[in-house]
Ligand binder design. Structure first.
Ligand SMILES: NC(=O)c1ccc[n+]([C@@H]2O[C@H](COP(=O)([O-])OP(=O)(O)OC[C@H]3O[C@@H](n4cnc5c(N)ncnc54)[C@H](OP(=O)(O)O)[C@@H]3O)[C@@H](O)[C@H]2O)c1
Length: 310
């Protein structure tokens, strides 16, 4: 019997009540002939049933063309779905590849950290090791993933939050993961507390919810040691006063370089697209934030090498 010509199928397991159209669109743009199946409000308990039902009908050859994309804004539930999916595959005769990018948090954070790394290298400030990084409102999917990546790069990380307790849970988890105290928390519940939180920062990443300004011009003027400021909020008002969405290495004041949300967004899309391409090229594997950061950092390193060769 002739081998079926398997179509690529992306199976979205989303822990939220609606599946983000953002990632559906990126997947369809990568593979216009693919099909999308989407499941919403998925929990760790639901995942194995769905996984078995998508693995068996196509057999091992077809399963290699079935890709699971795990999404959602609740990191804890997303982790449960990832673990349950991996465990289900371990007990099945074959598996398939799994992309994890909760609410774009992994690819966006990877791009944001890589862009700050690239600017630091370009401006002669060296790599991220031991750099004092402050992530403003660093408790959302993007901010906490950026903290995780900066910590893995051995930076000295501070996240701010309106709630010390909320931030502390995130810092404790990352510190346990890296095996040392690299992340601390400072409570910023009023704008006038921001200046004290950033007084030692060399790099500031504004990671707040859309449409909220976190950093004023006066705050920037007060941050005497700061060299790089990045913002991931593309919804007006933007996160950093005076930093435009498309700015990419623009000097905000003497010796302080800014990277805006859409400049980060370009690398984010490139990164997510490459995560999907790699997951599609491989029959199995986990494609998560660490792969996202490898992709984003490699793109920056290539750009730096090209500039150096000119
Ligand atoms: N550039 C890109 O390519 C790209 C891609 C995806 C997302 N984004 C953007 O990235 C940003 C972060 O996304 P996310 O999903 O991680 O964000 P999020 O979870 O919506 O918000 C991040 C944090 O902002 C803080 N926050 C919320 N409301 C606030 C308020 N009124 N005042 C002060 N702080 C407030 C909260 O921290 P506390 O409660 O701890 O204070 C929250 O944890 C958003 O602006 C999103 O639009 C950008």
């Amino acid at each position: 019997m002739a081998q079926p010509n398997y179509k690529t199928v992306f199976v979205f397991l989303d822990t939220d009540k609606y599946c983000s159209p953002f990632d559906l669109l990126v997947a369809v743009d990568c593979f216009p002939d693919s099909m999308i199946f989407k499941y919403e409000n998925v929990t760790g308990e639901d995942a194995p049933k769905i996984v078995f039902d998508l693995l068996f009908p196509r057999g091992p050859a077809g399963a290699a063309h079935t890709k699971i994309f795990i999404n959602g804004s609740n990191f804890e539930e997303v982790e449960k779905v990832v673990t349950a999916t991996q465990n289900a595959m371990k007990s099945a005769p074959w598996g398939n590849s799994i992309i994890v990018d909760p609410r774009g948090g992994y690819s966006t954070a990877a791009a944001a950290v890589a862009k700050t790394f690239g600017t630091a290298m370009e401006k002669g400030l060296g790599n991220l090791e031991n750099k004092k990084v402050v992530i403003l409102a660093g408790t959302g999917p993007v901010g906490q993933t950026a903290a995780r990546i900066y910590a893995a790069e051995k930076a000295d990380v501070t996240i701010t939050s309106r709630s010390l307790a909320k931030g502390q849970i995130i810092a404790d988890n990352i510190n346990a993961e890296v095996g040392t105290q690299r992340v601390k928390v400072v409570e910023v519940s009023r704008p006038e507390q921001t200046a004290a939180a950033i007084c030692d920062a060399e790099i500031i990443l504004a990671a707040g919810a859309g449409g909220i300004q976190l950093l004023s011009k006066a705050d920037i003027d007060s941050a005497a040691k700061c060299k790089i400021i990045a913002d991931i909020n593309a919804i007006k008002p933007l996160g950093v006063e005076g930093l435009g969405s498309n700015d990419d290495g623009v000097e905000l004041k003497l010796g302080v370089f800014g990277i805006g949300a859409l400049a980060i967004g370009k690398l984010k899309i490139k990164t997510e697209t490459e995560m999907i391409n790699r997951a599609t090229a491989e029959a199995q594997g986990l494609f998560d934030y660490s792969i996202a950061y490898t992709i984003a950092k490699d793109a920056i390193l290539k750009k730096l090498a090209k500039a150096a060769a000119k």
